[in-house]
Ligand binder design. Structure first.
Ligand code: G3H
Length: 248
C-alpha cells in the first residue's frame, strides 16, 4: 500500500531561520501515517563549507537568481547564499550561458542581485574558439564586459574572470601574450567606465590552470589570480596553485 505524501515546495523563499518550522512540523505530526517532505532552496554544501572554512578561505556559490525571492522552483537567491555565510557567487559562467541561454543582461541582473546581498560577484566572460579564430575575441569580450558588469561595481563587490571557452577543461591555454592582451583590454575598459576605481577590480584568468602553468600565468600583467575548475578539486593540485599566486 502506497504511503501518502505531503510535500511542501518553498520555491525561492526562506532562510536558515525558516528551518525552525521543520521542528514544529515534526513535533506536530510525530505520529502521522503520512510521509512529509519540504523542498527547500538548495543550500547544499554552503553552510557546512562555511563552517569548515577558516583563516583566509571563504565560500562561494556558482550561480544565483536575479530576484530576491519568489516562485522560482529550484533556484537560489543571492540573499540566501549570503544567509548561508558565503562571500562570493560566480555568475555568467560559460557553461550556464551555453546550457541555459544566459544573456549579458541576465548575468548583469544576477551580479546586481549578488552585490545587493553584499556578496562579491565573480562575473565570467570569454570567447569561443570560433570567435578567437575569427579575430573577434577582443570585441566579444569587451561587449560581454560592458553588458554583464553592473554600474555600482567596485573592487569589493566585483571580480571579473576571463575564461576562454576553448580552454575550459581542455588542457589548452592561450599564449601568455594572448592572456596579457585580453587582461590589458579589460583593465582599460574598466578604468574607462569606473575611473580610478576600475584599477581596484580584480581580473582572474580561468581555463586549464594547473600547478605546472600557474606561475607563468600569474606573472602575466593584469592577472590577479585564477578561477580554477578541475585543479581545485584536490588540495594537492590547488595548493601549489595558491602558492604560485602567493609567490607571484
Ligand atoms: O570555473 C572554472 C573554469 O571553468 C575552469 O575550469 P578548468 O580549470 O577545469 O579548465
Amino acid at each position: 500500500m502506497r504511503r501518502k505524501l505531503a510535500a511542501g515546495n518553498w520555491k525561492m523563499n526562506g532562510t536558515q531561520a525558516s528551518l525552525a518550522m521543520l521542528e514544529k512540523l515534526a513535533s506536530d505530526h510525530r505520529d502521522s501515517p503520512c510521509d512529509i517532505a519540504v523542498c527547500v532552496p538548495s543550500y547544499l554544501l554552503i553552510p557546512a563549507a562555511a563552517t569548515t572554512a577558516t583563516g583566509p578561505v571563504r565560500i562561494g556559490a556558482q550561480d544565483c537568481h536575479a530576484a530576491p525571492k519568489g516562485a522560482y522552483t529550484g533556484d537560489i537567491a543571492a540573499g540566501m547564499i549570503a544567509d548561508a555565510a558565503a562571500s562570493y557567487v560566480i555568475v555568467g559562467h560559460s557553461e550556464r550561458r551555453d546550457a541555459y541561454g544566459e544573456t549579458d543582461a541576465l548575468v548583469r541582473a544576477k551580479a546586481e542581485a549578488a552585490q545587493a546581498a553584499q556578496l562579491t560577484a565573480i562575473v565570467c566572460i570569454g570567447e569561443s574558439l570560433a570567435q578567437r579564430e575569427a579575430g573577434e575575441a577582443l570585441p566579444i569580450i569587451g561587449s560581454q564586459l560592458a553588458g554583464s558588469v553592473p554600474d555600482d561595481s567596485t573592487g569589493d563587490n566585483l571580480v571579473v574572470a576571463y575564461e576562454p571557452i576553448w580552454a575550459i577543461g581542455t588542457g589548452k591555454i592561450p599564449t601568455l601574450e594572448q592572456i596579457a592582451e585580453v587582461h590589458s583590454a579589460l583593465r582599460e575598459a574598466l578604468v574607462a567606465r569606473f575611473g580610478a576605481a576600475g584599477n581596484d577590480i580584480r581580473l582572474l584568468y580561468g581555463g586549464s590552470v594547473k600547478p605546472e602553468n600557474a606561475a607563468d600565468i600569474f606573472a602575466t600583467s593584469d592577472v590577479d589570480g585564477a578561477l580554477v575548475g578541475g585543479a581545485s578539486l584536490k588540495a594537492e593540485d590547488f595548493s601549489p596553485i595558491i602558492t604560485a599566486l602567493a609567490n607571484s
